[in-house]
Write a protein that binds this ligand. Structure first.
Ligand code: SF4
Ligand code: MG
Length: 326
């Protein structure tokens, strides 16, 4: 296929002392060059674990990939030699995490940390690497980059630190960036700035972008398509505007109704009742049934497949039509 990234039938388990947590239970998704996929869900839905499997950073106990395939530019990442995998992890794809402060080294200047990539991967001299670090800081619009390149992470604001993380991810010009809750730790106004920057760079550089978030509110303007995850499965997938116009799964509907809206101040927010499922004991039938306001008897016994709503859209709900038109 022509996709940049293709995840097929992925299964991931965590073997714990008291049982097996089924974190990812048959996930399929694709990302093309220049495309942004938002992966949405509560914590424990499997969205980060899927991304870690793609990055190749959970191939260690207790996490284990128990099924499926991951293709990057047509090559199966799960069967290739570790040496080749490492090359792809360096230059083909990069990941941005939520917590910049704990991802950055506190005793190295940001310039040294940004430059390190060029020294290690491209054999540049320290001086040339520093010049590249300044360029990168300019690129992510950190003011006075030349003056600040020698400063340490704690001397930057949260938003600026997250820009440094983005710069680091961009340094080797990857084809794919995976951003896991990149703005969750930031103030709302700073969140929007960082998200805009990420979207702009993604367009400029033609990269694929996977944006992992629990907040439907932050992805409306940046994503092309959305995959909503619950209990390690994709329960709805669709072009972003279709989802906002009319969700085809009750869980997505609940998430949408939970977004605070400026024009509806004072209105009581619909928070999805109940707790996310225990991944060691995923509910029978539709895993969402204990929390679903539309659940019927069949939902307790029959696992809903991903029904085709139209050629670009799927919903894992027995009653997707009623949800879509309701
Ligand atoms: Fe709700 Fe049933 Fe649809 Fe699951 S299959 S989301 S329980 S209506
Ligand atoms: Mg997470």
């Amino acid at each position: 296929s022509g996709s940049l990234l293709e995840v097929r039938g992925l299964h991931v388990e965590f073997r714990m002392r008291d049982g097996v947590a089924k974190a990812v239970n048959g996930v399929d998704y694709t990302v093309d060059a220049g495309e942004t996929l938002a992966v949405l869900g509560e914590s424990g839905s499997g969205k980060s674990v899927t991304a870690q499997a793609v990055m190749g950073i959970l191939d260690m106990p207790p996490g284990r990939i128990t099924g499926g395939e991951i293709f990057f530019k047509g090559q199966n990442l799960l069967t290739m030699r570790e040496e080749d995998r490492r090359k792809i992890r360096g230059a083909g794809m990069a990941m941005i995490f939520q917590d910049a402060l704990s991802s950055l080294n506190p005793v190295l200047s940001v310039g040294d940390q940004l430059g390190e990539m060029f020294v290690v991967h491209q054999g540049l001299s320290r001086k040339d690497a520093k010049a590249r670090a300044v360029e990168l800081m300019d690129r992510v619009r950190i003011p006075a980059a030349k003056e600040r390149v020698g400063q340490y992470p704690h001397q930057f604001s949260g938003g600026m630190r997250q820009r440094i993380m983005i710069a680091m991810a961009l340094s080797l010009e990857p084809d794919l960036i995976i951003a896991d809750e990149p703005t969750t730790a930031l103030d709302v106004t700073v969140q929007a700035q960082v998200m805009d920057l990420l979207a702009e760079l993604q367009r400029e550089l033609g990269m694929g972008l996977i944006l992992i978030t629990h907040d439907l509110g932050v992805v409306a303007d940046v994503a092309d398509k959305i995959a909503v995850m619950y209990a390690g499965r994709i329960v709805e997938t669709a072009p972003v505007h279709d989802i906002y116009r009319a969700p085809a799964h009750p869980y997505t509907k609940g998430l949408l109704e939970s977004i605070p809206r400026l024009d509806q101040k004072g209105r009581e927010l619909y928070a999805i009742k109940g707790l996310p499922p225990n991944l060691m004991h995923i509910p029978s039938g539709c895993p969402f049934h204990p929390r679903c306001p539309m659940a019927q008897d069949v939902c307790r016994t029959d696992v809903p497949p991903l029904y085709e709503v139209d050629e670009r859209r799927g919903s894992a709900c027995h009653f997707w039509e009623a949800t879509l038109h309701g």
